[in-house]
Write a protein that binds this ligand. Structure first.
Ligand SMILES: Cc1ncc(COP(=O)(O)O)c(C=O)c1O
Length: 390
């Protein structure tokens, strides 16, 4: 078959630039990678034991496609207590990581040709999902407002696209790549504009448990009937490879999302679902240890970047810092990141795939030793580029 006979929406989407870059630098056996959003912690022991017990109990059969009832009930209670979600067990679908929840939501909420607002810098998966579903991704630059979407920016985006029905918006809070956390006031200020224009919110809260000195609020608190919340255990319980997440939404719409999900994946792995019940019923504090370590690393990096005169978006959550490449380096993000990899064996993520070709994303889900190596590499590169004195 000729390639041009395939679905053009799929052909237009490029493979994840983040993965491609990570693969490229991984060819160097000495590379220290601060690239992917991968916790450097292990799955909590009690969760591992629950998975082993589940195997031994032969819980190996098809679970109900929405997810096992115990898990949906556990998720309803856990996230209500943590963040005030107002969704009952029958408004929750257990998904294969947050990614599958996002994918099923994009596929279900929107009709081809409708617009989705994506505040940028953004996690690149949203744009890819919009494109693959034949939607119009409308990137809204938020760099002037501290990487927080404002009602004015929403109104301006609507006015600038009179021919597009803007049906959705993605809010990533805490944010990948910037680590920004919306305040209660910033979130609630957006509610009237979303309500007036009937814009559905996809609220990606996968980093909700990783905030430093500030509280995470869920936009769904104010707009439960017009929000699909995406969350999961990948970051809070360091379970990225186990692939378990959740989509929460109002009755009716969530039933349709469950249908899309069923025909894509059936349901997440049975053993993982049983282990996830343990995580949500006895692992309320599992993220606390990680949070403390991440916070210290974040402090080390922000102090170091400040000393080097490098500007960055003030991070309050997740495990990323989005730093500006000093203008005097005269390099775009891919060139700069490749120089760091080639000269000092340190891998940082180019900012271009997130929407800023003059930035780099540092993931501090990595050892202190690796973070020191990254600061060292940045220092040497700035000296090499004549930005810092020798
Ligand atoms: C903002 C955001 N959403 C979703 C995901 C994907 O989560 P999962 O691994 O549970 O699919 C990530 C992973 O890095 C992310 O950064």
């Amino acid at each position: 078959m000729e390639m041009n006979e395939l679905n053009p929406d799929v052909l237009l989407v490029q493979p994840s630039a983040l993965r491609v870059f990570d693969h490229e630098i991984s060819q160097d056996p000495e590379i220290i990678k601060l690239t992917l959003g991968e916790p450097d912690f292990n799955v909590p022991d009690h969760v591992k034991q629950a998975a082993i017990a589940s195997i031994n109990a032969d819980q190996s059969h098809y679970p109900y496609f929405w997810g096992i009832q115990a898990l949906r009930e556990a998720a309803s209670t856990y996230y209500r207590e943590k963040f005030g979600y107002q969704y009952s067990a029958d408004q929750i679908v257990c998904t294969v990581g947050a990614t599958e929840g996002l994918s099923a939501t994009f596929k279900t909420l929107f009709q081809p040709g409708e617009g989705v607002l994506i505040p940028a810098p953004a996690y690149p998966v949203y744009k890819a999902l919009a494109s693959i579903n034949h939607l119009v991704p409308i990137m809204v630059d938020t760099t002037e407002t501290g990487c927080v979407l404002t009602p004015q920016q929403v109104n301006e985006a609507i006015a600038a696209h009179p021919d597009v029905t803007i049906k959705g918006v993605v809010i990533t809070d805490p944010s990948n790549p910037t680590g920004v956390v919306y305040s209660k006031a910033q979130l609630s200020a957006l509610v009237p504009v979303f309500r007036d224009h009937q814009i559905w919110v996809i609220s990606d809260e996968i980093y909700g448990e990783l905030t430093y000195g500030v509280k995470h609020y869920s936009l769904s608190q104010w707009l439960p009937d017009q929000t699909i919340v995406i969350n999961g255990l990948s970051k809070s319980h360091a379970m990225t490879g186990w692939r378990i997440g959740f989509a929460f939404g109002p009755t009716g719409v969530i039933d349709q999302i469950a249908k899309t999900h069923q025909f894509q994946v059936t349901t997440p792995t049975s053993i993982v679902q049983h282990a996830a019940v343990e995580a949500l019923t006895h692992g309320q504090n599992d993220a606390a240890v990680m949070r403390q370590v991440y916070e210290q690393r974040c402090q080390y990096l922000t102090d170091s970047l400040t000393k080097l005169g490098i500007s960055y978006v003030e991070p309050k959550g997740a495990f990323y810092i989005f730093m500006k490449i000093p203008e005097r380096c005269h390099q775009d993000s891919f060139t700069f990141a490749r120089q760091l990899a080639k000269n000092y064996h340190v891998g940082l993520m180019p900012g271009a795939p997130f929407g800023d070709s003059q930035a780099l994303r540092i993931s501090y889900a990595s050892s202190n030793e690796n973070l020191h190596a990254a600061v060292d590499a940045l220092t040497k590169e700035l000296v090499r580029d004549g930005v810092l004195a020798k």
